[in-house]
Design a protein around this ligand. Structure first.
Ligand code: SF4
Ligand code: SF4
Length: 295
């Protein structure tokens, strides 16, 4: 008896949307006061590829997210605090779900930190502040994020801590995997020494798209997912199985691929609720690292 022929597998695996747990908003578009050399969406002061979102534009997506059962909301950019309507948008968000803001913290002074804290106190949901810092000292951080950004980010972090937040500090993994535990510990120590009593550190992998391509390299042809990669893999660990990203253009599959034309899935969240082929090099990074942009 001959063995049955193998079932032919399609060349590119797909990810279903299992549930819409998380909705992201590119609320500052691609406008940022920094021009980090590893920014995977190439943000900067003059990059208006994705526009800022107004409160009126965000509102219908919040209503839709609530109706579809979303459990948490994230606001990012660019630099969200460049959006003058951000606090009003956060007020709307905090009326319906736990909310996180991703910021470089360089624009956060005592007044803004206090207003953010007041917003949280007025809500039944939590407001998390997430701050990017990519080095243990100014030399290491500023080489990636620009001169003076280490001191400015730490000043912002201290203001947030004074106002009562325990910010999450996100760090791009620029070191070897083997050094991971030691580097996390060093970041905790550094942040404590800088006056943050309860630091929380989240390490994120580098995505080889956007400006990172010029800094190091892009993806190799071999860094693509095939159906074999998915054998025994828990697809629910991919953030695109449970979240979507809203920009001024519509709804994208995830926060990483907002510049990929095929990743724009529709105008509304409901339109975006379909499977997506994992054909990008960045998908390989998610698969290999288990990375999620969530807290
Ligand atoms: S990595 Fe963040 S802070 Fe840096 S340019 Fe991009 S959006 Fe701005
Ligand atoms: S880059 Fe990551 S999150 Fe985005 S579609 Fe690919 S696997 Fe999903």
């Amino acid at each position: 008896m001959t063995a049955p022929a193998p079932i032919p597998l399609l060349a590119v695996p797909t990810v279903p949307l299992l549930a819409l747990d998380t909705v992201w908003f590119q609320v500052a578009g691609t406008v940022c006061n920094l021009t980090c050399s590893h920014c995977f969406i190439t943000c900067g002061p003059t990059n208006r590829r994705h526009a800022m979102m107004t409160r009126a534009e965000v509102r219908p997506y919040l209503d839709e997210a609530l109706g579809l059962g979303a459990r948490d909301l994230y606001f990012t950019g660019g630099e969200p605090f460049l959006n003058r309507e951000l606090l009003a948008i956060l007020e709307d968000a905090l009326a319906i779900a736990p909310t996180t803001v991703l910021t470089n913290a360089t624009l956060i002074g005592p007044d803004l930190a206090a207003r953010l804290r007041a917003l949280e106190r007025g809500s039944r949901y939590s407001l998390e502040m997430r701050v990017s810092l990519d080095g243990l000292d100014a030399a290491a951080n500023d080489a990636l994020r620009g001169e003076g950004s280490f001191a400015e980010a730490l000043a912002g972090l201290r203001e947030l801590a004074r106002a009562g937040f325990d910010p999450i500090v996100t760090v791009a993994q620029t070191w070897d995997e083997a050094d991971d535990a030691a580097m996390r510990e060093r970041f905790h120590d550094t942040l404590r020494a800088e006056g943050l009593p309860r630091p929380r550190v989240k390490v994120l992998p580098l995505f080889r798209v956007g400006r990172e391509v010029a800094r190091t390299r892009g993806y190799a042809e071999t860094e693509r997912l095939t159906p074999e990669h998915m054998l025994g893999f828990d697809i629910a660990s991919l953030q695109c199985s449970s979240s979507r990203m809203v920009t001024s253009r519509g709804v994208h599959v995830c926060p990483i691929l907002i510049d990929a034309p095929d990743a724009l899935l529709g105008r509304t969240l409901r339109e975006s609720m379909r499977s997506y082929p994992l054909a990008h090099g960045a998908c390989h990074t998610c698969w290999a690292t288990g990375a999620t942009c969530r807290n």
